[in-house]
Design a protein around this ligand. Sequence first.
Ligand SMILES: [Zn+2]
Length: 154
Amino acid sequence: MIYPIRPVPRCAVLADGFRSLGPVRVFPSGWNEEAAKFDPQAIAAPLPRLETLAGAVTLTHAVIVFRRQWEPRLDAAQRDRLWRAFRVPVFEQIIAEDCTLLAAECEAHDGLHIESAKFAAGDHEIDRSACACGKTTPRLTGREAIRRAAAYAR
Ligand SMILES: [Zn+2]
């Protein structure tokens, strides 16, 4: 997990296998009284854990959604639900089984920057153009998925 924007706010990571560092605090068993006392400004967790917190937690900065490489990318409906639940920007991050960060969405929200050589691009479309955020690492764009959806709609 990397927090996508500096300075890093109080961020609760609701997942096992990560280490607390600075304002980032890990709650391996998920949301609990201790996490509530921490009063996070942002939360990073797998989608099901985030969805259980809808309406129960007020955030000011961001939600970071952990996905596995084999899971589909977050779709517009899921992003919309998270926006309506938390009213903060949504960032998707692909995390390996050993918690290595494989790919991460930046503040330009134009794809996920590939962060590790362990990432298997498979048949994903990769964009190597410079990103609006200033980073030049290749990105997983998801445009292919959008094109596929458009093709189905025809
Ligand atoms: Zn970027």
